[in-house]
Design a protein around this ligand. Structure first.
Ligand SMILES: *Cc1c(COP(=O)(O)O)cnc(C)c1O
Length: 362
């Protein structure tokens, strides 16, 4: 077993990430902070996964699924919505594979703003859609994929009074970089490898910015290798060219032309990291492994960070510390869990002792 880390907290009330990391963020005393007390997510040691890697490698999951709307998107959204509010915006818009829309809708409702979310019809997990609707967003489904949706919202925000809150909005990445701060605050050092899912490539760019700023501030001495993973059917950064018709079960990263392409390549190069692709089959295997052996229920897109690590396990330096970012909550996509679990429901069992005992194998 890997030891649970002793917390490095000076107080026991978490004020949300803008207050916690104010000196590292582009806010002033006049910024209205719109927060759901996001951030401060656990860094969980995962010993079953570590033992599959072997050679004394320590593996942790940064469980960002525990943010208020169930994904890391809240880290960027608290800042993007706070700044939009400061600038007097009354409406925000985003294209989304689901989690950005849930997060934008939640923070916009808290700020008293209207949220418009544009989604690829048929490719958004049920839980995410449910969230956006109940938070009160205007949900518009288009006959097209995420990349098309993103182009449309860029055009709309350039021509109408509505603020874009996709990760092209620089405040999104500024907020998301706090994930790297928390990893360093917990480990009291940067890890050797950071394994992270890559879709629109904002989060890998944000984490890299966070690690670099924290090192400059003297909070850590070294920087991790940034290991980005894309689904095999949606791997433009691995192939070096956009993918016209991306396909994967991991809908959160079903993106063919990432907006933060250049930043992500720069992060991988500067950190001696790399991009690799993972098949849907291996993504699902890691999805089941995380749940059945570690008790960690995430969405398929999130499981790719662990699937990717296992794919490259021979190359992890002995004794290294690896952090896998788990980006979204498994409850977002219950269909996927039910369709891909190993155990089906044993149904129509008679409600008596004998029948029950038999079904249970006694
Ligand atoms: C948005 C998202 C990603 C991809 O992050 P990018 O910044 O677009 O690369 C991965 N996993 C989940 C669950 C997401 O919601």
């Amino acid at each position: 077993m890997v030891a649970i880390l002793t917390p490095n907290l000076t107080h026991n009330y978490w004020p949300g990430l803008i207050e916690a990391y104010r000196s590292f963020l582009p806010v002033s005393s006049s910024t209205p902070v719109v927060t759901l007390l996001e951030g401060n997510t656990p860094l969980i040691p995962v010993s079953a996964i570590a033992s599959q890697v072997g050679r004394g490698v320590k593996v942790y999951v940064k469980f960002d699924s525990l943010n208020p709307t169930g994904s890391f998107k809240d880290r960027g959204m608290t800042l993007a919505i706070s700044k939009a509010k400061e600038e007097g915006a009354e409406a925000v818009i985003c294209a989304s594979t689901g989690n950005t829309s849930a997060s934008a809708a939640a923070y916009a409702s808290r700020a008293g703003m209207q949220a418009f979310v544009i989604i690829p019809e048929g490719y958004v997990a049920l839980g995410k859609l449910a969230q956006a609707l109940l938070y009160g967003a205007q949900v518009i489904a288009i006959k097209g994929n995420f990349d098309t949706a993103l182009q449309i919202v860029r055009d709309i925000s350039a021509n109408y009074p509505v603020t874009l809150v996709n990760s092209l909005n620089p405040y999104r990445l500024e907020g998301q970089k706090t994930g790297a701060f928390e990893v360093v605050d917990s480990l009291r050092s940067a890890p050797d490898w950071l394994c992270i899912p890559v879709g629109n490539a904002g989060n890998i760019s944000a984490y890299w910015m966070g690690f670099c700023q924290y090192r400059e501030a003297g909070k850590c001495r070294r920087l991790p290798q940034m290991m980005g993973f894309q689904a095999a059917g949606a791997a433009p950064l691995v192939q070096g060219k956009p993918v016209a018709a991306p396909e994967t079960i991991a809908t959160a990263i079903r993106i063919g032309n990432p907006a933060s392409w250049d930043k992500a390549i720069a992060a991988a190069n500067a950190s001696k990291g790399e991009f690799n692709s993972v098949t849907d089959e291996d993504i699902l295997a890691a999805y089941r492994l995380l749940a059945s052996q570690e008790g960690i229920f995430c969405e398929p897109a999130s499981a790719i960070s662990v699937a990717g690590l296992l794919q490259l396990k021979e190359r992890v330096p002995s004794g290294a510390t690896v952090v896998c970012v788990v980006t979204g909550n498994g409850l977002k996509d219950p269909d996927c869990a039910i369709n891909h679990s190993k155990n089906g429901v044993k149904s129509s069992v008679a409600p008596d002792l004998e029948a029950m005992a038999k079904v249970m194998g006694f």
